[in-house]
Write a protein that binds this ligand. Structure first.
Ligand code: SAM
Length: 156
């Protein structure tokens, strides 16, 4: 089973879609801090632009839940805005680019859950992944704006 957490309005093909909001096409509705799946049930977990929507400690809970539901040697793929990039953009730009940076730092506020409670650069996200038990934490691409990391649940 391949699971996407926080799939929202842009669900990725090939995954079971999980989101806290009902009525937007999620296969399973619930809170990522307490996933309704069994330990080791998932081959892969994917999450894009979700983790920053949780306060720091809750994000760790969600990462630990992703770790729990993954099978051993299962892969996590996670994408979040790079707060370092957007803070720089905010301080150096003006007008629309500055507004865009603000939205990427704090969230667009299109709906109730559309706030960013925390921000990540590569060091901070890698640390959170390590604390949640993940290994083999790697950058999937060198895109500056977004952190796209992969990680694994250890075999043992
Ligand atoms: C910015 S959207 C990202 C949507 C999509 N993944 C994308 O890449 O565009 C963040 C999603 O996370 C969901 N979300 C926020 N808090 C959540 C929680 N505690 N548990 C599950 N989903 C949550 C929101 O409902 C929203 O659909």
């Amino acid at each position: 089973m391949k699971l996407e957490i926080g799939s929202g309005n842009k669900p990725q093909k090939g995954y079971i879609h999980f989101d806290i909001r009902a009525g937007i096409g999620a296969d399973v509705v619930g809170d990522a801090r307490e996933l309704p799946f069994k330990e080791g049930e998932c081959d892969e977990v994917y999450s894009r632009f979700f983790l920053e929507h949780l306060p720091r400690k809750d994000a760790l809970l969600a990462l630990k839940e992703m770790f729990r539901v993954l099978k051993r040697d299962g892969k996590l793929e996670i994408i979040v805005p790079n707060i370092a990039y957007f803070c720089k953009l905010f301080s150096e730009e003006s007008g629309q680019k500055k507004e865009w940076a603000l939205n990427k730092i704090y969230g667009f506020e299109h709906y109730k859950e559309d706030h960013h409670f925390f921000g990540y650069d590569e060091e901070i996200l890698s640390k959170a992944l390590k604390e949640s038990g993940f290994i083999e934490i790697k950058r999937a691409d060198e895109e500056e704006q977004y952190l796209h990391l992969t990680a694994k649940k250890p075999l043992k």
